[in-house]
Design a protein around this ligand. Structure first.
Ligand SMILES: NC(=O)c1ccc[n+]([C@@H]2O[C@H](COP(=O)([O-])OP(=O)(O)OC[C@H]3O[C@@H](n4cnc5c(N)ncnc54)[C@H](O)[C@@H]3O)[C@@H](O)[C@H]2O)c1
Length: 454
């Protein structure tokens, strides 16, 4: 297991005495509810940024399943590129989401992939107009707005799929199956770990779109609603209580090294040795290029990136931002039947990809999204399963353990068949883990244990 001894507060896992190791490939049966579609589902994308493009690319790969016929996006170059990629007619291109709903309904469904604080209004408008919806998480930064969307979805009977993409990742689907089938006896507790990875943290939650929790969403929802959700979903139990600690420890002005400047491009004295150097991350290593609207001519990318670093947030010193997101966050949870779970979100790791350990009365599972090992206390047998290959074999996009495109596929089937049972993350199935996030934040701020009430 990749560096498995690092979960906060726990010891390195001892080897399983006498265990005989076998290695298998994860195989997933095709979903029997999927049907050949007579015609593709027609879709309007609202917000053609990073996520809008990931979901949109599914249509480019499977035009018989999804046809993107409209877009709303205020950034001209994104709007232009999206329209070109999907062959969207001029009269179906809009600057902002409001314009879409000024037209009579002209597609089966909408994808809402706007910034966090712009989910609620387009979602409510789409429900009123009769669209089915693929809604990015978080549902909304406000608990009341989440509940409003749920209510209106129930009233209108429309399908709202929340982008809890991990529920569609074969690895987590299998872990859930094992946990709920009694493969390790009764599940007693879970330890779940989300290593954000230090440069990813700096990108998204120090410099980037989610650096300010008040303008976007607190990190427990912005990043870790996936984790609270996957823990809850795998257990298949109601959450009863939650408690949290966390703070912003490192990315602060008082930790700025001497000689550091406002921007990495300002002649910073420590830039060459700084792990958060924007020049290293974006220019030299060309990481996270999706954050920039780069010219078609690749020769010009370097110059364009440097311009962004000289003028935009991605070039600013990580110690001198107006950021407030926690860079470490721990929560404890109590579920029905006395099951406990601990979750730790950490910025300061060399790698990403979630790690999970599940303790059962008759066995134990540990995994890192690439593979998992299941141990049986009764037989002293263990088996390691490679979960990586199944994503690649079935879909070309591996995002979120293969969950990104599997979600789109299931959502399209749900819309085409008008059957929400094809989805595991409908709004009513997703609301509880959002409430857990809101309550975790309340606990962290009030130093209290919070009850989870639906
Ligand atoms: N499911 C996941 O795992 C996952 C991962 C990353 C982000 N997200 C969520 O997806 C959403 C989008 O994130 P992103 O990374 O694609 O951000 P992004 O900034 O790349 O894309 C958002 C797009 O919305 C556009 N937009 C802004 N105002 C608009 C308006 N009035 N009408 C139409 N479009 C408008 C922006 O110009 C931008 O292009 C966020 O809520 C984010 O939290 C989810």
């Amino acid at each position: 297991m990749k560096a498995f001894g690092v979960v906060a507060g726990s010891a390195v896992i001892p080897s399983f005495a006498g265990a005989k190791e076998r290695m298998e490939k994860l195989e997933l049966a095709a979903n029997p509810l999927h049907k050949q579609l007579d015609k593709p589902v027609t879709v309007i994308t609202i917000g053609a940024g990073a996520r809008g493009n990931i979901y949109g690319d599914f249509a480019a790969e499977y035009p018989d399943k999804m046809d993107i016929i409209g877009v709303a996006e205020p950034i001209a170059i994104r709007n232009e590129r999206y329209a070109k990629k999907h062959n969207i007619p001029e009269n179906n291109r809009f600057k902002t989401w409001e314009d879409v709903f000024k037209q009579p309904k002209f597609a089966d469904a909408v994808i809402i992939s706007t910034p966090d604080n712009l989910h609620y209004a387009p979602c409510m408008a789409a429900l009123k107009a009769g669209y089915d919806i693929l809604l990015e998480k978080p549902i909304s930064p406000s608990e009341k707005e989440c509940r409003d969307i749920l209510q209106l979805a129930k009233k209108t009977g429309r399908i709202v799929a929340v982008c809890h993409v991990l529920r569609y990742a074969p690895y987590f689907m299998r872990l859930r199956e094992l946990m709920q089938s009694g493969a390790i006896g009764e599940v007693v507790s879970i330890q779940h770990f989300e290593p954000i990875q230090h440069a990813h943290m700096a990108h998204s939650y120090v410099r980037g779109n989610w650096h300010n929790s008040k303008e976007s969403t607190p990190i427990i929802l912005a990043k870790s609603c996936h984790d609270l959700d996957i823990i809850k979903w795998m257990l298949g139990k109601r959450a009863q209580k939650i408690q949290a600690f966390g703070n912003l420890k490192w990315f602060k002005k008082e930790n700025a090294p001497s000689g550091s400047t406002e921007r990495c491009t300002d002649g910073c004295a420590v830039e060459k040795n700084c792990p958060y150097s924007a020049i290293r991350i974006y220019f030299e290593e060309r990481q996270r290029q999706y954050a920039f609207d780069l010219p078609d001519d690749k020769e010009k990318h370097g110059e364009a990136i440097m311009n962004y670093l000289r003028t935009g947030n991605y070039g600013r010193c990580v110690y001198k931002m107006d950021n407030d997101q926690c860079d470490h966050y721990v929560t404890n949870m109590l579920f029905e039947d006395g099951i406990t779970a601990s979750f730790s979100m950490e910025a300061f790791t060399p790698w990403g990809d979630r790690r999970t350990r599940v303790m059962g009365s008759m066995g134990y599972i540990e995994g890192d999204m690439e593979k998992y090992t299941i141990y049986d206390f009764r037989t002293k047998q263990s088996k390691t399963v490679d979960a990586k290959t199944v994503e690649v074999e079935n879909y070309k996009n591996e995002g979120h353990g293969g969950g990104d495109w599997r979600l789109v596929d299931d959502w399209l089937q749900a819309v085409a068949q008008q059957n929400p049972a094809l989805l595991t993350s409908t709004i009513d199935a997703s609301i509880e883990s959002h409430v857990m996030g809101f309550m975790a934040e309340k606990s962290r701020k009030n130093n209290s244990v919070q009850n989870i009430k639906l």
